[in-house]
Design a protein around this ligand. Structure first.
Ligand code: 8YV
Length: 337
């Protein structure tokens, strides 16, 4: 890992850390106001490197790959803010950050539509076996084409979509599903208002009823101790054998080994996964299967959206350094006054 200091730095500028590579224009913008220790080589910092890099800086931009906890913060005496380039912030130990006097921010809204689009794309690829079909062609099997022997998929149109986690992104997916004539059911920690349910055309169900009724299940909930293994062997057993399961939320929400075993046994039809337990490692049992579509945590990965996320993270950092309230402050009850 090489952390580069801005060569034009002056001692007067406050020092910040940019823990992952960002767009060069964004880095140049930061360098006008800050002495920037950047990691444009983009090698993930070890916990010891992160702790060292945080000591002496006033702010940091990080991604989901950096765990900000008491260990990382030990010695970060000047730190005011850690701005996540991510809406999910399960990489933050919020009580530890608050106790250390550090503001935590994330990047909501700017990624909602791109992420909802991707959720739908992964759902379609999974149900209609698109990557498997491509492998079929690449394996020279097209001459085996037949009415009954193509990779036959499951319909989305007029089927029932079950959404677990009905925040901004879940609601975005529900609205897209309406255009496909799908019936939308959802489960969430708290029920939406009647007006929001109406806007999404979505009906609230218990998790178990949703799993029993849905033809396709998509997971869009935050990762917490309570949501760990929201879907395991017991939940998969409730699903239809023709059902698909898509996870664009976080690794750990699904028990990946139980899922691989269920897919192998044909307990459900197929799965689409953008996030994995222990990523960037993928459970080898999943890699052996054809009926799973794999993506490397790219739900927000469009040029425009990733730029929007970086810009919002910079806005959050700049506000905290200037003594203003960052627009997407998380530990608002302590720092939001
Ligand atoms: C990020 C995400 O790309 O925003 C989130 O919660 O999962 C993705 O958009 C990822 O977390 C990297 O920080």
């Amino acid at each position: 890992m090489t952390i580069l200091k801005n060569p034009q730095s002056t001692l007067q500028k406050p020092k910040i850390l940019v823990a992952r590579a960002i767009f060069p224009e964004a880095l140049a913008q930061l360098e006008t106001s800050f002495e920037v220790c950047s990691n444009q080589a983009d090698e993930v910092l070890t916990p010891a490197e992160l702790q060292k890099a945080l000591s002496g800086v006033i702010g940091a931009l990080v991604a989901g790959t950096e765990r900000i906890d008491a260990g990382a913060l030990a010695g970060a005496n000047d730190l005011k803010i850690v701005a996540n380039i991510s809406v999910g912030y399960n990489n933050f130990d919020i009580p530890a950050m608050t106790a250390a006097g550090v503001m935590a921010t994330n990047t909501p809204d700017v990624l909602t539509d791109s992420t909802a689009d991707f959720g739908f794309a992964l759902l379609m690829a999974t149900a209609r076996r698109i990557t498997e079909s491509e492998h079929w062609i690449r394996a020279g099997k097209w001459d085996q084409w037949s009415i009954v022997n193509n990779p036959l998929g499951m319909d989305l149109h007029h089927s029932t979509l079950g959404i677990i986690g009905m925040g901004r992104i879940g609601q975005g997916i529900a609205k897209r599903a309406l255009g496909f004539g799908m019936k939308v059911v959802y489960h969430n920690r708290s029920r939406l208002s009647a007006a929001d349910e109406k806007a999404c055309g979505a009906t609230y169900l218990t998790k178990e009823d949703l799993l029993r009724n849905a033809d396709h299940v998509i997971l869009v909930l935050p990762y917490t101790a309570e949501s760990h293994h929201t879907i395991g062997a017991r939940e998969i057993a409730l699903m239809k054998p023709t059902a698909t399961l898509v996870n664009i939320a976080r690794g750990g929400i699904v028990d990946d080994l139980a899922l691989a075993q269920a897919l192998r046994a044909g307990k459900i039809f197929a799965a689409g996964l953008d996030v994995f337990e222990g990523e960037p490692k993928v459970n080898p049992e999943l890699l052996k299967l054809n009926n799973v579509v794999l993506a490397p945590h790219i739900a927000s990965a469009t040029e425009k959206t990733r730029r929007g996320m970086v810009d919002l993270a910079i806005e959050n950092l700049q506000a905290a350094v200037d003594g203003r309230k960052p627009p997407s402050l998380i530990n608002v009850e302590v720092f939001g006054k």
